[in-house]
Design a protein around this ligand. Structure first.
Ligand SMILES: Cc1cc2nc3c(=O)[nH]c(=O)nc-3n(C[C@H](O)[C@H](O)[C@H](O)COP(=O)(O)OP(=O)(O)OC[C@H]3O[C@@H](n4cnc5c(N)ncnc54)[C@H](O)[C@@H]3O)c2cc1C
Length: 474
């Protein structure tokens, strides 16, 4: 019988049906132990003001106003005129408190779309509020593509750049490295045009800016000819697989894998360029798979050996997916099940040794069920890029939105920090000013430039003020 992705996805759910009766008494165990205190899926009551929360519901704000300017000129006027502090916001897919602000929150989603394409250079000009899937579609229409994409594609360009959003691949850089030039509204409401030749410092600082230097309105990106990818997904025991990580990363264009805690199994995924025909494929159903893993945890988390045995007998082994499609159709997917996430980028040479420790610890956390994700990202020169100075290996941990994640900070973050790991700016972390200054050679240059551009701290919120060592009087 051919094994395909559907068998893998339903493996979790099927095994639960087969084993539910004898252990029904343990179902309540999971929920009782793991609920996150104060979890509330309802957005904050805005009263007379606006209300905002991020994708996972962890970050919330009731700003004085949430503005959606329809042009760059209107945005510039709003920035110049407001007496309030300002925070730009994209699609709200960051987990860290970068976007929330209690003054003016500004969403540039109306500044969206392909503004121009130069066939001689392959460069494309987009509104900074364009979502990644819109970028992919527009480029495809002119026979072009972005070199890489992250796991999902609903983020805005500006939001993705501001946090160093990345995909995976030994020779592939994070998305901000595609920037050739950008237009930005400064905290004084002036429009600046920035590229490497005219303002080299602002260019390297503004590519990954945490939204602390101003508001991007337009970006010019380098693109590549549209390409097709062949995807293969394989499941196997984690032990021997760990020795092959470096070789797999070198061999394939895009390489990543997921380890499901408590199962002893890894699902690894590679993409390689092909000119073969597009093949039919089933829609991914990550939510059904996650449900299966959660139920396995709820029923057998109390007995790790049994959990592992059942997983090993229920999940298929070997190649479970073998498909070909356009790059943008395969590189990003959807994540219907909401979670909170921590991701650290480690010096590549430290990746596998740290991963071994992380897997050992994760298997001991009986509540963990969301798969860990491991990726490779190539070096780039942006001042606050987590990938500045050398290639990195990224380890991401997730917890369901209604469950605790405090152990990420206590048990895992110290492991990453011990080897010089840098957190994803948009994900959970406790890095402070001293930590950032130690990890980023250009952090203090960025601080000085930020202070020069925004001496009154108009673009600060409490989190950014603390990170940059500035006073914050509300
Ligand atoms: C389900 C899910 C999957 C994800 N997958 C990946 C992944 O595969 N790889 C990865 O690296 N990350 C991933 N992320 C993280 C995500 O890509 C980043 O957090 C990204 O910043 C979100 O973009 P956004 O448009 O939602 O921006 P927001 O989260 O809204 O904002 C992020 C930052 O951008 C700033 N900003 C927004 N607009 C502007 C502007 N016009 N000018 C200047 N600054 C601005 C904000 O002030 C803030 O500092 C994922 C997140 C989720 C929830």
């Amino acid at each position: 019988m051919a094994i395909n992705r559907r068998h893998f996805v339903w493996g979790g759910a099927g095994l639960v049906a087969a084993t539910s009766l004898p252990v029904a008494g343990h179902v309540a165990w999971g929920r009782r132990d793991f609920a996150r205190p104060a979890y509330d899926p309802i957005p904050p009551d805005p009263g007379a003001e606006a209300s905002w929360m991020n994708w996972s519901g962890l970050q919330r704000a009731t700003p004085v106003a949430l503005e959606f300017p329809s042009s760059e000129a209107q945005l510039a006027e709003q920035v110049a005129a407001t007496p309030y502090r300002i925070r730009p916001v994209g699609s709200g897919h960051s987990f860290s408190p970068l976007a929330p602000g209690e003054g003016l929150m500004i969403d540039v989603s109306a500044l969206s779309g392909l503004y121009g394409y130069d066939a001689t250079t392959g460069q494309a000009r987009f509104g900074a509020g364009t979502r990644l899937f819109e970028v992919a579609q527009a480029l495809n229409e002119v026979g072009r593509a972005l070199p890489n994409l992250p796991d999902i594609d609903v983020q805005t360009l500006a939001g993705s750049f501001a946090t160093g959003t990345h995909g995976t691949g030994n020779r592939l850089t994070a998305l901000h490295d595609y920037i050739v030039a950008f237009r930005m509204i400064t905290p004084r409401g002036e429009v600046v045009e920035v590229d490497a030749a005219r303002q080299p410092d602002l260019f390297q600082a503004g590519k990954v800016s945490l939204g602390a230097l101003g508001i991007l309105t337009e970006v010019t990106l380098r693109t590549v000819p549209a390409f097709r990818l062949h995807r293969q997904m394989t499941i196997e025991p984690v032990g021997p697989f760990l020795d092959r990580i470096e070789a797999l990363g070198e061999t394939h264009r895009n390489f990543e894998f997921f380890y499901s805690p408590g199962t002893g199994l890894v699902a690894w995924l590679v993409h390689d360029v092909t000119d073969g025909p597009v093949t039919p494929r089933e829609a991914a159903a990550d939510d059904a798979f996650l449900d299966g893993l959660k139920q396995l945890r709820d029923m057998f988390g109390w007995f790790p050996w049994l959990r592992r045995q059942i997983a090993s007998q229920s999940f298929p082994r070997g190649r479970i997916e073998d498909v070909t499609d356009e790059s943008w159709a395969l590189l990003s997917t959807t994540r219907p099940t909401r979670f909170n996430e921590m991701e650290y980028h480690l010096p590549r040479a430290e990746g596998v040794a740290t991963l071994r420790k992380v897997i050992r610890l994760l298997d001991q956390r009986r509540e963990a069920f969301f798969p860990l994700e491991y990726r490779h990202v190539a070096e780039d020169p942006a001042w606050l890029s987590p990938f500045q100075g050398g290639p990195r290996a990224s380890i991401a941990l997730h917890a369901a939105v209604d469950e605790r994640f405090d152990y990420f900070f206590r048990d895992f973050e110290p492991l990453y920090r011990a080897v010089g790991g840098r957190p994803h700016w948009g994900k959970l972390n406790t890095m402070d000013q001293a930590g950032a200054a130690a990890l980023y050679p250009d952090f203090n240059r960025f601080r000085e430039l930020r202070r020069e551009i925004d001496p009154d701290g108009k673009f600060l919120n409490p989190y950014l003020a603390s990170l940059f060592g500035e006073r914050f009087d509300a």
